[in-house]
Design a binder for this molecule. Structure first.
Ligand code: HEM
Length: 509
């Protein structure tokens, strides 16, 4: 025996490593099979997984198709791992309702694992990202006091004024091929800025508006799963940040710029208030709450951020989808116009109350929202404690993805689910916001999300949608420019938006 014989030879070392690996794998399988299940419940079904990647390799470039495929294969609830993150995908409205409404105390938190989201929300102080609990409840109450159904009539004049500006912007296009998006964005942006801080901007090219939209898009990229891959694959955290997404410094810098713009707006508002002007706006309310010690300054800033961030792109996207569907369905447009003429007459600007009484127009909005939800996966919820649902163990801290896109196209709930057919809603009278808290069978669609985290701005969104669609339909016929607009493909960004398109707005005589 030589002196070094206690070290394995190279063949021996390979054998030893192979044996160790086999023993480890066998141990892992044994551990898995003998691991006590939670209260005797089964593990959720899951697509085939790969070590470290989980199910990432299955997503491809279309998560909607991926989840539809696995919902058909595995059923309406399944587990999907994104690297180290554990997701539960829910594809059925009844299950989503059972978990988020009936077991609401367990399923209405938000994940707080994303370090970039931590930065841009001042440690998850924003209403949409706050964990469930007293702080969230307080923020939600303050938001709803200002933007809930009762307070909104106060802001109706702002919406009406912006609808008039929208009308004249469209009229100026003189029947030329036009992308409606910038005008619609200006409408929704101005409505939200008026409600928030009583300001407005005259043009979509205004540098302030352009920068705001750039910041919004970038913030979304930062906090999206690909913004920082190290949060999904922690091992990548050892690589330089630019290799695995954005740099923390860039997130910090943009966040600082965004918040300093809010400080500028607050300073302008304070100056007006100090000079004795009686300004009605949400920001005034929250500044008063800050003075009374109910909110801190970071909460004021994040409240402004969530109001703008959640408030303009979702609604403008929905209007843009509606215009595309109208251009593709001239018979639907004709029926909307006939209804408007019959009930409102030749007036250019129907009131919100009048538009509320137009069942067919309302049906076209519901159908647009069903087929094209601005947030196809709502906003992720978080499971707060272990639970058992239909014999499945739903573990604590899993992220719940509510696939509202899939639910809205569920063939068990909707006949010919991919067809644009407003007629399916002619016997629905209540606003979507009133149905959103009810049982899934009574809901028109699930686009405003679920449970205690259901969209807090849905009353405002509905008012805007009704006013803007009734004004466009009363005054213009919408014609496609290059044949039918593609409404099956989309761009996933801040919201799920239509691919760029042009239409002609032909004035109604
Ligand atoms: C068509 C327009 C809109 C759509 C489709 C929409 C959709 C949604 C969805 C799906 C959620 C998540 C619900 C869940 O977690 O289950 C949500 C949350 C939220 N939305 Fe909207 N939204 C719209 C307009 C607005 C507007 C105009 C505002 C603000 C003025 C707004 C403010 C919020 C806020 C603050 C939350 C977070 C609520 C919380 O976490 O407690 N939304 N929205």
């Amino acid at each position: 025996m030589d002196k070094l014989s206690f070290l394995p030879s190279s063949t021996r070392s390979q054998e030893a490593l192979a044996t160790a690996a086999a023993l480890l794998a066998a141990y892992a399988i044994w551990r898995r099979s003998t691991k006590p299940s939670y209260k005797g419940a089964k593990a959720l079904p899951q697509p085939p997984t790969l070590p470290l990647l989980g199910n990432v390799h299955l997503i491809g470039n279309d998560p909607l198709k991926c989840f539809e495929y696995y919902a058909q294969k595995l059923g309406p609830i399944f587990r999907f791992d994104l690297g180290s993150q554990r997701w539960v995908i829910i594809n059925d409205a009844a299950i989503a309702y059972e978990l988020t409404s009936k077991r609401g105390a367990l399923y209405n938190s938000r994940p707080t694992r994303n370090p970039f989201e931590d930065i841009v929300t001042h440690h998850f102080k924003s209403l949409a990202s706050s964990p469930y609990g007293e702080e969230w409840r307080k923020r939600r109450r303050i938001f709803m006091d200002a933007l809930g159904a009762r307070r909104l009539p106060k802001y109706q004049e702002y919406i009406d004024l912006e609808a008039e500006h929208l009308f004249s912007n469209i009229a100026k296009t003189q029947q030329q091929p036009t992308s409606p998006l910038p005008f619609i964005q200006l409408f929704t942006y101005n409505v939200i800025i008026k409600v928030l801080i009583d300001e407005r901007f005259p043009s979509p090219d205004d540098p302030w508006v352009v920068r705001e939209m750039e910041i919004g898009e970038k913030m979304f990229e930062f906090v999206s799963p690909t913004g920082n891959l190290a949060q999904i694959f922690p091992i990548l955290g050892f690589l330089p940040q630019t290799w695995v997404g954005y740099r923390e410094e860039d997130v910090q810098a943009l966040s600082k710029e965004g918040y300093s713009r809010f400080e500028t707006m607050i300073a302008r508002l304070k100056k007006r208030l100090d000079s004795g002007e009686d300004v009605h706006c949400f920001c005034r309310d929250i500044l008063e709450k800050e003075a009374q010690g109910e909110l801190d300054h970071e909460e004021v800033l994040t409240m402004m951020g969530v109001t703008i961030g959640a408030g303009y792109e979702t609604t403008s996207t929905t209007v843009t989808w509606w215009i595309a569907e109208m251009a593709n369905h001239p018979e639907t447009q004709a029926r909307v116009f006939a209804e408007l003429k019959g009930r409102v007459g030749a007036r250019k600007f129907p009131t919100y109350e009048e538009a509320l009484e137009l069942p067919y127009l309302n049906a076209t909005i519901r159908e647009t929202m069903r087929l094209h939800p601005a947030g196809p996966f709502a906003v992720p919820h978080l499971v707060m404690d272990d639970d058992v649902y239909q014999d499945y163990h739903i573990p604590k801290d899993y992220t719940v993805i509510l696939n509202v896109y899939g639910m809205n196209r569920d063939p068990n709930r909707f006949v010919n689910p991919t067809e644009f057919k407003p007629e399916r809603y002619l016997d629905v009278y209540q606003p979507s916001s009133a149905l959103a808290n009810g049982k899934p069978d009574d809901r028109d669609h699930t686009t405003f999300g679920f449970g205690r985290r259901v969209c807090a701005g849905m009353h405002l969104a509905e008012r805007e949608l009704l006013v803007v669609t009734s004004v466009i339909a009363s005054n213009f016929m919408i014609e496609p420019v290059d044949g039918p607009i593609d409404t099956e493909h989309f761009k996933l960004g801040l919201a799920m938006s239509a691919l760029p398109y042009n239409v002609k707005f032909i004035p109604r005589s």
